[in-house]
Ligand binder design. Structure first.
Ligand SMILES: Nc1ncnc2c1ncn2[C@@H]1O[C@H](COP(=O)(O)OP(=O)(O)O)[C@@H](O)[C@H]1O
Ligand SMILES: [Mg+2]
Length: 218
């Protein structure tokens, strides 16, 4: 298994009022498998993705990514695990504005000590970015920026890609193109993909679909 999240609980308390967002969620994902995570706004999709990414810690439960539990209290330990184990794609692209496209693609792989120039060039080519490598993100369209983010997420060769509504900011044609590229490249590289989406159509293009409802998976 690439992802084995078991009995994950997470609640938030704001101004003394507690919300149980995840009430015992379990998810399994094997190598190269793609899973669409659906559910209404506020159902906890991003919360689950953040926990799997080690951006936050569950109240209870374990989250094994490959052989490592990323659900540990230490921020530094989680950051280190995140760098080596997962690639993350956000709805808002989150590129670094002051870095050229090539440097954006390489940035996290370099931080993780896993930079491979040849692989970055292959990814850029596959994402149709070869002619844009010396540009800055602001000069690119939304679809191009998200393709940079996909290349960046894959640059360190993680076993798991987490994508939170990666096409939510794109028009439908561009969304379809970006989704197809993401699915092609994760399948070719045997990378597991956990993707949040609102679109039943997009979800249907992935291997499996799950829905979060009332803090549980149905
Ligand atoms: N950091 C946080 N602090 C307090 N409440 C939060 C936080 N993150 C999320 N929530 C709450 O948790 C619930 C689930 O949010 P989220 O995971 O973002 O849902 P989704 O991504 O499915 O729309 C919402 O009620 C949201 O307000
Ligand atoms: Mg969300």
């Amino acid at each position: 298994m690439i992802l084995d999240a078991k009995d994950v609980h997470k609640s938030y308390t704001v101004a003394g009022s507690r919300t149980d967002v995840l009430r015992g969620v379990s998810v399994l994902l094997s190598a190269g498998e793609s899973l669409a995570l659906m559910g209404e706004s506020g159902s906890g999709k991003s919360t689950l993705l953040h926990l799997v990414a080690g951006l936050d810690v569950p109240d209870h439960g374990k989250i094994m990514v490959e052989t490592q539990n990323i659900a540990v209290p230490s921020d530094t330990a989680r950051a280190e695990l995140r760098r080596s184990l997962v690639g993350i794609i956000f709805q808002q692209f989150n590129l670094i504005p002051s870095l050229r496209v090539d440097a954006n693609i390489a940035f996290q792989a370099q931080l993780a000590g896993r930079y491979d120039a040849q692989w970055c060039a292959i990814l850029a080519k596959r994402m149709g970015l070869s002619d844009h490598l010396s540009k800055y993100p602001e000069a690119l369209s939304g679809g191009q920026q998200q393709r940079v983010a996909i290349a960046r997420a894959l640059a360190a060769k993680p076993a798991l890609i987490l994508a939170d509504e990666p096409t939510g900011n794109l028009d439908e044609d561009t969304a379809q193109t970006v989704l197809n590229l993401l699915l092609e490249i994760t399948r070719e590289t045997d990378t597991a993909l956990l993707m949040v989406t609102h679109s039943a159509k997009h979800a249907g293009a992935l291997d499996r679909q799950l829905t979060l409802r009332s803090g549980a998976i149905n």
